[in-house]
Write a protein that binds this ligand. Structure first.
Ligand code: HEM
Length: 282
C-alpha cells in the first residue's frame, strides 16, 4: 500500500508541477480526492502544511478506507443485480426516466427512491467492513438489548468489560437483527426502505453515523466519507445500469471474509475479481 501510495504521489506531483494541461490528461482530470489533497496542501500556509510523509500516509488510508470499501460495495450491488434481473430492470427504468445517466445533479440523483433503497439494503446486509476492532480504555459495563442465557444457565442483561479488553463489533449483529428488522432480516429486500422503515427500526436507536445502519460505524472514529461513498455509488451505478446489462457469467463467485469483504472466482483463489457478463443496453 505504501509503495503504491508513493508511486501515485510521484505521478501526481509531476503532473501538478507541469500544470493544468498535464493534469487534464489524467483520469479524473485532477478532480480525484488525492489530487485535491495534494493541491490543497501545496496552497496551504507553510505552517499548516502536512509533511510529504504524512500526505503519503493519508493516501494509504484513503486507498484502504475509501477505495477498497466503496469499490467492493459497488461490486456487491452489481453481483446482486446480476442475480435479480427484475430489480435491475426496475432500477434501469427509474434511472432512464430521470435521465440519471446524463450527469444528473447531486440533489436529483440523491432523490431516486429505488437507487437509494438498493444501496441502503446492500450496505445493511453486506457491510463491506463487517467487523470493528476496539479496546476498552476504561472499565465499563455493556448493557444488552435483550437478556442472554449463559452456558451455566444464568440470565445476563449486561456484560462487564475490564479496561484493556480487546473486542470485535460485528455489524451484522445489529444490521440483520431479527428483533429490529423483522423475520426477513436476512433477506435482501430494498422495499423495506420504501416509503419508510418500520418503527422497530427507527425506534431502535441504532448507533451509526449513517441513519439506521452500523455499516459506517458510530462515534468519534466513525467513517468520515460515508456521504462521499454513497454519492460515488449512486453516480457510478446510475451510469453503469443506464447503459449496460449485467448477468452472471459461468464463473462461480465467492465473497471472502477479510478486513474488507471481496469477491473471487471459486474458494481457492485470493485474487479479487468479479467476472460478470456485460452487454450494451439497446
Ligand atoms: C461503502 C463505503 C465505506 C464503508 C462501508 C466505510 C466504513 C468505515 C468504517 C466502518 C470505518 C471505521 C473503521 C474503524 O474505526 O476501525 C471507517 C473509517 C474511515 N473511513 Fe470509511 N467507509 C467507506 C467509504 C469511505 C470513503 C469514500 C472515505 C473517504 C473519502 C472513507 C474514509 C474513512 C476514513 C478516513 C476513516 C478513518 C476515520 C478515523 O479513524 O478517524 N471511507 N469507514
Amino acid at each position: 500500500m505504501d509503495r503504491r501510495a508513493r508511486e501515485i504521489y510521484a505521478e501526481k506531483k509531476e503532473a501538478l508541477e507541469k500544470g493544468d494541461a498535464e493534469v487534464t490528461k489524467q483520469v479524473g482530470r485532477g478532480k480525484d480526492i488525492l489530487s485535491i489533497l495534494m493541491r490543497a496542501n501545496s496552497s496551504a500556509d507553510v505552517n499548516d502544511r502536512l509533511p510529504e510523509e504524512e500526505v503519503i500516509a493519508q493516501m494509504s488510508v484513503f486507498l484502504a478506507a475509501a477505495q477498497d470499501t466503496t469499490s467492493n460495495a459497488i461490486a456487491r450491488v452489481l453481483h446482486i443485480l446480476a442475480q435479480k434481473p427484475d430489480y435491475q430492470e426496475r432500477l434501469r427504468n427509474e434511472l432512464l426516466e430521470s435521465r440519471a445517466g446524463d450527469d444528473l445533479a447531486y440533489d436529483d440523483l440523491n432523490r431516486l427512491p429505488l437507487l437509494d433503497s438498493i444501496i441502503r439494503e446492500t450496505l445493511r446486509l453486506y457491510p463491506p467492513a463487517s467487523i470493528l476492532l476496539r479496546v476498552a480504555t476504561q472499565d465499563t459495563v455493556l448493557p444488552l438489548s435483550e437478556p442472554i442465557r449463559t452456558v451455566d444457565g444464568q440470565e445476563m442483561t449486561e456484560v462487564p468489560i475490564p479496561k484493556g479488553s480487546e473486542f470485535l463489533v460485528g455489524f451484522l449483529g445489529c444490521n440483520a437483527s431479527r428483533s429490529v428488522w423483522g423475520e426477513d432480516s436476512l433477506e435482501w429486500r430494498p422495499k423495506r426502505w420504501m416509503p419508510s422503515l418500520p418503527t422497530s427500526v427507527t425506534e431502535a436507536r441504532i448507533p451509526g453515523v449513517y441513519p439506521n445502519l452500523t455499516t459506517f460505524a458510530a462515534g468519534k472514529r466513525s467513517c468520515i466519507g460515508f456521504k462521499f461513498a454513497e454519492m460515488e455509488m449512486k453516480a457510478m451505478l446510475s451510469m453503469l445500469i443506464s447503459h449496460f446489462v449485467f448477468q452472471l457469467s459461468d464463473k462461480p463467485i465467492v465473497w471472502n471474509v477479510a478486513a474488507i469483504l471481496y469477491p473471487t472466482v471459486g474458494w481457492e483463489s485470493l485474487r479479487p475479481e468479479l467476472p460478470l457478463s456485460v452487454g450494451l443496453y439497446k
